[in-house]
Design a protein around this ligand. Structure first.
Ligand SMILES: [Mg+2]
Length: 336
């Protein structure tokens, strides 16, 4: 049997047992956006790691060094955001092929440092090694959060409102522009490319939500809305119903879909790499939460559905028909 047959999540289930020798201090281990554990300090420690591999996650010819550096840190900061944490320190391991120029590497670190500075994150170390062929970057980020404010995937309850902190689907449309070698000849298409190359981790949004009463569960949208809502539902042992008309899609995605005959809803549901946050919040807290979020961030917190007592994810289509939706997001190993 290969990794391809069981997928990333099947693999995690197989190797997850026997990982803890000292379980007492562990608040979250494998299976959430980041690990959370007690130290001697007042706050929980959060640690997350994410690897970007050439030809699996990016095409070097289509990705500038600065963008790649930004993204390799951003995806990790997003996982800290999804736990409600503050990102503190980063470690960067990189495997460099012989044909990579020093200037590309310098650009890569410039992109990473600019994002790190914007979020007051230190880069404290890492490892550099040679690669036989492909460029590989693995970033580990350490963060902190008060235990009472920790956001996890498993706390959603039936009746909770599902919120999303930003538009969905742009990044996948940007990826299609790259793969189909479509020149980004308009501001709208350039915005889609930017969404793919330079996602903004929602750290401030995560901190805001973590401090609010009634927020029960959170995840960042990395695999795709349908998959990531599915992770919350599976870990919380609930179902979810999303309302198609309420799922936020950007003007630029709508432009792109009109021009290329695509469905913005499909991009939003299955796209992935949006790095917005999804949260489930108590219905009685939802009104205040949305109002205060909008006041703080000058854009809406989008209510896109509800948590249900059933199992599985459903979609209320624009005409009102309800259909089950498969978790069709991103799984690197199962992808054909
Ligand atoms: Mg995540």
């Amino acid at each position: 049997m290969s990794l391809k047959e069981i997928g990333e999540f099947g693999f995690i289930r197989r190797i997850g047992g026997g990982c803890l020798s000292r379980p007492q201090g562990v608040v979250r281990g494998i299976g959430d956006d980041a690990a959370a554990f007690r130290t001697d300090g007042r706050l929980l420690a959060l640690v997350t790691t994410d690897m970007l591999v050439e030809r699996v996650h990016f095409l070097r010819a289509a990705t500038g060094g600065r963008d790649l550096g930004h993204k390799s840190l951003a995806v990790n900061l997003s996982d800290i955001a999804a736990m409600g944490g503050t990102a503190r320190e980063a470690f960067v391991a990189i495997a460099v092929p012989d044909d990579l120029s020093l200037s590309y590497l310098e650009e890569l670190f410039a992109g990473m440092k600019a994002l790190a500075q914007a979020h007051e994150v230190n880069i404290l170390g890492g490892d550099t090694t040679r690669s036989a062929a492909d460029l590989v970057i693995s970033v580990t980020v350490y963060g902190t959060v008060a235990e009472a404010e920790l956001l996890t995937r498993d706390g959603a309850r039936p009746g909770d409102v599902i919120f999303c902190t930003g538009c969905l689907g742009d990044s996948r449309a940007g990826l299609h522009l790259i793969l189909e070698e479509v020149g980004a000849d308009t501001p709208a298409l350039r915005a889609l490319l930017a969404a793919h190359h330079r996602p903004s981790p929602h750290l401030a949004e995560g901190r805001f939500l973590a401090g609010r009463p009634g927020v029960h569960a959170a995840i960042d949208v990395s695999d795709g809305l349908s998959s990531d809502v599915g992770h919350i539902a599976a870990q919380s042992r609930v179902g979810a119903r999303l309302v198609a008309d309420d799922i936020p899609v950007s003007e630029q995605l709508q432009d792109y879909c009109r021009r290329f005959g695509r469905s913005a809803l499909e991009y939003a549901l299955a796209g992935g790499e949006d790095y917005t946050l999804l949260v489930a919040a108590a219905a009685e807290a939802a009104g205040d939460l949305a109002r205060d979020f909008e006041k703080a961030f000058e854009r809406p917190l989008h209510a896109i559905g509800v948590i249900t007592a059933g199992a599985g994810i459903e979609l209320v289509e624009p005409g009102g028909r309800i259909r089950p939706i498969p978790p069709t997001g991103w799984d690197h190993f199962k992808r054909s």
